[in-house]
Ligand binder design. Structure first.
Ligand code: ADP
Ligand code: MG
Ligand code: MG
Length: 252
C-alpha cells in the first residue's frame, strides 16, 4: 500500500519558522485528521508539501513510497500521486472544467495511453451524479464565478477523477452549508480504499461527523502535540484546546 512519510519537517515563511519538527506517516487505507487553533501552521504544511515557492523547507523530508517529494517539481508531485485541495482554489480563465480534468488525468498517464473521450465522459458523468452536480458544470470555465460551495464540490470531483494515492484536504468544510458538507463528505468517503490515504485539515469537528478519521492529530505551534482516535476530535469540540495547552504547559 502507498506510504506518505513526513519527517522532522521545518518550514519558514518570510524568514519566520512556522513548522517545527513536524512528523507524520500515513498509509493507504488511512484517513488522518489534523485539527488545531488558527495560525498554528496547518495550511503551511499543505502549501509546503505542494511546493508553494513562498514556503521554505529548511530541513526534514517528505516522501511517497520512498521517493523524495521535495525534490520534485509541482507537476511531478501530482504525478507521484499527491493531491492538494487548497483553502482558496484559484480561477483559471479559458479552460473548461472538463478540459482541465482530462488533461490532468492524461498528464498522469504514459504517452499513448491517454484516456479515451468516451471513457472520460462516462466517468465524469458518474462522479458528477454522485456529487449532485449539474451537467453544465463540466462546460464552465474552471472555478470562474463558482460559489464557495461549488468550488469545494469541484475539488472533490477532481479528487474522484484523478484518483491520487494521497490527498491533503485543507478546510474543505469552510463555508459549506450542511447539504454541501454531506455531498463533499460522500465524495471523500467514496475514495476509501487501501490504495488511498487522506489528510483532512479542519478547524471544526463538524466535518469529522461525516468523514470518520482513523487518527486525529492536534497541531499547535508548528508541530503535532497530541494524537488519538476519532474521540479526540469530539473532546476538542466540547472542551476546546485549553486542556491540551495545560497538559503540555503551552502558553499563547
Ligand atoms: P493555520 O492554517 O493553522 O491557520 P497558517 O499555516 O495559515 O495557519 O499560518 C501559520 C503562520 O504562518 C501564521 O502566523 C501566518 O501568518 C504565517 N503565514 C502563513 N502563510 C504565510 C504567507 N504566505 N505569508 C506570510 N505569513 C504566512
Ligand atoms: Mg487559518
Ligand atoms: Mg489554514
Amino acid at each position: 500500500v502507498p506510504h506518505l512519510k513526513i519527517e522532522n519537517l521545518h518550514v519558514s515563511v518570510e524568514g519566520k519558522e512556522i513548522l517545527k519538527d513536524f512528523n507524520l506517516e500515513i498509509k493507504g487505507g488511512e484517513f488522518h485528521a489534523i485539527m488545531g487553533p488558527n495560525g498554528t501552521g496547518k495550511s503551511t504544511l499543505a502549501s509546503a508539501i505542494m511546493g508553494h515557492p513562498k514556503y521554505e523547507i529548511t530541513s526534514g523530508s517528505v516522501s511517497i513510497d520512498g521517493e523524495d517529494v521535495l525534490e520534485m517539481e509541482v507537476d511531478e508531485r501530482a504525478q507521484a500521486g499527491l493531491f492538494l485541495a487548497m483553502q482558496y482554489p484559484s480561477e483559471i480563465s479559458g479552460i473548461t472544467n472538463a478540459d482541465f480534468l482530462r488533461s490532468a488525468i492524461n498528464a498522469k498517464r504514459e504517452e499513448g495511453d491517454e484516456i479515451s473521450l468516451m471513457k472520460f465522459i462516462r466517468q465524469l458523468d458518474k462522479k458528477m451524479e454522485l456529487l449532485d452536480m449539474d451537467e453544465s458544470f463540466s462546460h464552465r470555465y474552471l472555478n470562474e464565478g463558482f460559489s464557495g460551495g461549488e468550488k469545494k464540490r469541484n475539488e472533490i470531483l477532481q479528487l474522484l477523477m484523478l484518483e491520487p494515492k494521497f490527498a491533503i484536504l485543507d478546510e474543505i468544510d469552510s463555508g459549506l452549508d450542511i447539504d454541501a458538507l454531506k455531498v463533499v463528505s460522500k465524495g471523500v468517503n467514496e475514495m476509501r480504499s487501501e490504495n488511498f490515504g487522506c489528510l483532512i485539515i479542519t478547524h471544526y469537528q463538524r466535518l469529522l461527523n461525516y468523514i470518520t478519521p482513523d487518527k486525529v492529530h492536534v497541531m499547535m505551534q508548528g508541530r503535532i502535540v497530541k494524537s488519538g482516535g476519532a474521540e479526540l476530535a469530539a473532546r476538542l469540540e466540547a472542551e476546546g484546546y485549553d486542556w491540551i495547552k495545560a497538559e503540555l504547559g503551552i502558553e499563547d
